[in-house]
Design a binder for this molecule. Structure first.
Ligand SMILES: [Zn+2]
Length: 335
């Protein structure tokens, strides 16, 4: 729901230089294809499938890998979302036997499934990024401190010297099982908390349907509202503007409303009680204690209640919830 800091060209280049040499494209062999057949057929008790024209399949797969994938590799690794989707759609067009058309539900033919498994071995996220220090290095580049999907969990990356201490997960915006060619794409990797990553699992978000945190967030929109007497937290659903609609679709998959309501009513209660007890006297006490001379200005009052500036929302856990509740209190005061 919160937009991620843009990356600079230097960092993108660094990433590409590190990842590109690790993507190895060899000629596909019959044995590989048979192995993949076995993997796919393993889940089936009957109707086991086989590729009928294996030589033809291998020929086409090798052409695809050695001409297109090799040529586009750099773009696939470092290109922005529009670029990599464009490349994908070209593949689905030209190599329709191997690559399924993009869609909310991908429909794989048997050949396309085999190709999918072969691509998983080439764009091997587990080996190339997850293991070793690579994930830490990328996370440090992205410098995302709070999960952009939920604004709840801290997602700092911390190293002690060369030792890894903590790092968040990488969510694959387009899942790596459905879209293996995006498994290493920088703009497909969303640093996220473990909970959001687990909620989304192997599902894909879709650029034209879901909110995409590298490009947009809902900092400007009121998302959270509450209901008395028990401080029930709700996500407002009236605004159906495109961007907000995309956010709501993410929120549904990630269970944002349920999680906030289940976990953070106390935050709302606390703000409302504080607000009730606020009067001129409090400002006087503040002024005395801190030696300040603040007046009973709306911004000051908001600040005391825990308001976060718009630019800082992405760095402060629960700040979106708090801001929305505080804004509501002041809106109510006016009316
Ligand atoms: Zn999260």
């Amino acid at each position: 729901m919160i937009k991620i800091n843009p990356m600079n060209t230097y960092n993108i280049e660094q990433y590409t230089q590190k990842i590109k040499p690790k993507v190895v494209i060899n000629k596909i062999t019959k044995k590989q294809v048979h192995d993949k057949e076995k993997i796919i057929n393993k889940r089936r008790t009957k109707n086991k499938e086989k590729i009928t024209e294996i030589d033809e399949f291998i020929k086409e797969a090798n052409t695809f890998l050695n001409t297109r994938i090799k040529n586009d590799l750099e773009q696939l690794i470092s290109g922005d979302m529009k670029t990599i989707l464009n490349i994908y759609d070209q593949y689905a067009e030209t190599f329709e036997k191997l690559i399924p058309k993009r869609g909310v539900k991908l429909e794989f033919s048997f050949e396309q499934k085999i190709m999918n498994y072969l691509l998983r071995d080439i764009f091997n996220y587990g080996e190339i990024i997850s293991k070793g220090n690579m994930a830490y290095e990328i996370m440090s580049i992205l410098n995302v401190n709070v999960c952009p999907y939920c604004n709840r969990e801290y997602t700092n990356t911390i190293m002690k010297g060369k030792n890894k201490v903590i790092r968040p997960d990488f969510d694959h915006y387009y899942s790596k099982s459905e879209y293996p060619i995006f498994a290493l794409s920088l703009y497909n990797l969303i640093p996220s908390c473990k909970i959001c990553n687990q909620k989304k699992r192997e599902k894909s978000f879709h650029y034209d349907i879901n909110m995409y945190p590298f490009e947009e967030g809902v900092e400007d929109k009121k998302v959270f509202t509450y209901e008395l007497p028990d401080y029930k937290i709700k996500i407002q659903k009236e605004d159906m503007e495109d961007k907000y609609g995309r956010f709501l679709k993410n929120a549904r998959i990630l269970n944002i409303e349920e999680i906030y309501d289940g976990a953070h009513r106390n935050v709302v209660k606390n703000i409302i009680q504080k607000h009730k007890s606020m009067n001129e006297k409090i400002i006087d006490v503040y002024n005395q204690r801190l030696g300040t001379t603040i007046s009973q200005d709306e911004n000051v009052l908001k600040f005391i209640l825990g308001y976060t500036s718009k630019e800082e929302i992405k760095n402060v856990s629960l700040s979106k919830l708090k801001n929305d509740i505080i804004d509501t209190l002041f809106d109510e005061n006016i009316s």
